[in-house]
Design a protein around this ligand. Structure first.
Ligand code: ATP
Ligand code: LTN
Length: 335
């Protein structure tokens, strides 16, 4: 039997997980676990590139692990772990920093956006964030990296770094590919549909969290921004002309499994009030089992500890092999 391909992805514990990260990333992670040797990480080292409150960070790391499991990532089938538990990530990141150009890092849109939103703390970690992300991926010789659209540029830089290192030292890293879903790669804010839904958004009305109560979810959908079109075919998918409505259609498609054209037909002659209620209900039903299972898991800290310890052990073994190879190629003297 052929060896399974490897998949790696991660999310920062920088806020409450949103419907955006569920649809854009986690949902796809779950759909592929049978076919891949998968590693899913809670990237806490990345999270400290912006200031975090220590007690809240600790709570969110465990909460995120519980949510990964509740979304369907079975720890018996995939490796779930916390980035700071595997020191090879920080070590390889340093090496890759020496193979990443200042100009490349300066062109990253996430760096530009985060520097604008955290103008008082434009630190070195924020700038070299993509080298750490490349280390995450390359340590596991990942073939595929399932992420939302916003992370495509980082995965492309990771490929360039891998190719550069391989050219200098011979075949060392697998060159990975991004896997970006066709629908749902960029879920927009409900209150400002030209901006991405994001967990660190200061406006709480724009994003829906995985653990949010049904009544709060419904309220956010009822207030979602649409437009002033009252025609019979106002429920139409056109992100440039109708960003709010298209976003709702996209969310509904991901929550219900229906195609975009089926949704347009279903809503022919119907208005936005109807659409908002239907999408809100579909999201509530999608998130309900995830919330309930997360709440249950969070009461069992011993189990969560067992999961992240087992994950760290497996990840450490795979990562150690790659790091050893890299150190040898660089000419470091082995211990
Ligand atoms: P932050 O606000 O802290 O930057 P975020 O909410 O933008 O965080 P990330 O942790 O950066 O989310 O992203 C986690 C994963 O989910 C990534 O693969 C990212 O591409 C994906 N993702 C995040 N937000 C969305 C979204 N609105 N639509 C689709 N995918 C998303
Ligand atoms: N930068 C990603 C999180 C991340 C990641 C990774 C994603 C860190 N390391 C490795 C995929 C693979 C983000 O969501 N902002």
């Amino acid at each position: 039997m052929d060896k399974k391909k490897t998949m790696f992805s991660g999310i920062q514990p920088s806020g409450e997980l949103t419907l955006g990260s569920y649809i854009g990333a986690i949902k796809n992670w779950v759909s592929m676990i049978e076919d891949y040797d998968a590693y899913y990480c809670i990237v806490d080292l990345h999270a400290i590139t912006v200031r975090q409150e220590p007690a809240a960070l600790r709570r969110r790391i465990l909460e995120q692990l519980a949510q990964y499991i509740a979304c369907g990532l079975d720890p018996e089938k995939v490796t779930l772990f916390i980035q700071s538990h595997v020191s090879a990530h920080a070590e390889l990141a340093w090496v890759l920093n020496c193979y990443t150009m200042f100009g490349e890092l300066s062109r990253m849109t996430q760096f530009k956006d985060k520097s604008a939103s955290h103008a008082d703390n434009i630190n070195g970690g924020l700038f070299t964030y993509p080298s750490l992300m490349a280390a995450d991926i390359l340590l596991y010789q990942a073939d595929l990296v399932p992420v939302g659209e916003d992370q495509k540029q980082h995965v492309e830089l990771c490929r360039d770094i891998a190719i550069r290192f391989n050219n200098a030292h011979g075949e060392t890293f697998k060159v990975p590919e991004a896997f970006i879903p066709k629908v749902g790669a960029r879920i927009m804010s409900l209150s400002e549909p030209t901006n991405k839904m994001s967990k660190s958004d200061k406006d709480p009305s724009g994003s829906v969290h995985l653990l949010e109560k049904p009544e709060d979810i419904m309220r956010k959908f009822k207030r979602a921004i649409t437009d002033s079109d009252t025609s019979a075919d106002c429920v139409r998918f056109s992100p440039s002309e109708k960003p709010g409505v298209s976003n709702l259609i996209q969310i509904y498609s991901c929550a219900s499994g229906k195609s975009i054209s089926d949704i347009e037909n279903e809503f022919a002659g119907r208005g936005y009030g109807d659409l908002k209620m239907t999408v809100g209900n579909a999201v509530v039903e999608t998130l309900r089992p995830i919330r309930e299972e997360t709440e249950r898991l969070l009461k069992d800290k011993a189990y969560l500890e067992e999961v992240y310890k087992m994950g760290a052990k497996k990840a450490e073994y795979a990562a150690g092999k790659t790091l050893g190879k890299v150190y040898r190629k660089l000419g470091f003297v082995s211990r």
